[in-house]
Design a protein around this ligand. Sequence first.
Ligand code: DGY
Length: 326
Amino acid sequence: MNPPERPRAYIAIRLPPDARARIEAECGATFFEGKGAPSREELMAALANAEGVLGSNQLPMDAEVLASGPRLRVVSNFGVGFDNVDLKAAQERGVLVCNTPGVLSDAVADLTLGLIVALARRLPEAERFVREGGWGTRPGLALGTDVRGKTLGIIGLGRIGIAVAERAQAFGMSIVFHDVFSESPDEASFCSYRELDDLLAEADFVSLHVDLRPETHHLVSEREFGLMKPTAYLINTSRGPVVDQAALVAGLRSGELAGAALDVVEEEPLPADDPLTTLPNVILLPHIGSATVETRQAMLDLAIDNLLAALRGERPKAVVNPDVLS
Ligand code: DGY
């Protein structure tokens, strides 16, 4: 009797040998060996006989791509975000979508606090100042502001938002939050709920921690920048399209807000000639919220666990669309 056929998986990110071996122990796997990510054509061709796919959460798993995998049972995202997957199409095709929640909350929260301090204390400007031969503060370098005693407005108090709030509390900040999806969210003991407009008017730092969905696309746009204090800062470590970037550039130029720190932008990678690159009051990072050795390892372990569990017919640890299971 022939041994049962092993499930086939397409692995769309480069993996270290131990991770490849874990997958190969259970699956017939095809690994993407190129640089960056597979092209759309390559992805669709590879999905023709795959039952599972593991890839970055930038991999475009839209309805057409999903349809190119008639045997597909699971999309395992290497990341907590899942805005790259057409959930409705996945649901219709009975495809499970998995992600990596929890394991990256600390890394993203650490980065967020780092950005708050960097904005408040003008760290990029100070660093450039030293390299250009400067030292000390005025007249060459303006003073920063204290973080203690300032108000942090968190939009989206999920796992990452809470981890940010905990850290901000230790920095002596007052914390207010807004939740886009719940009308009467539970207040954490040290955070108070605000309507969006009130939060924007009150906060000295506004930090975004929402998923990208139709309801959060351009959540912060021209009207919202108009409500912010001219001394306030925006921090975005969530998803670029949550912010209307053209409106942000206009607001930064006109002084509607004092500055911004962005780990994510509307078009990634950021085009070299994007107007954001010309603004001195912006800190730009290349989407590194989860980019630590420990966190990326934990994300990879969880993404592989999710993939293999689904292919075995078991319930994966982190499923975005559990309705598919029923
Ligand atoms: C996520 O997990 O969604 C992050 O953006 C990845 O870096």
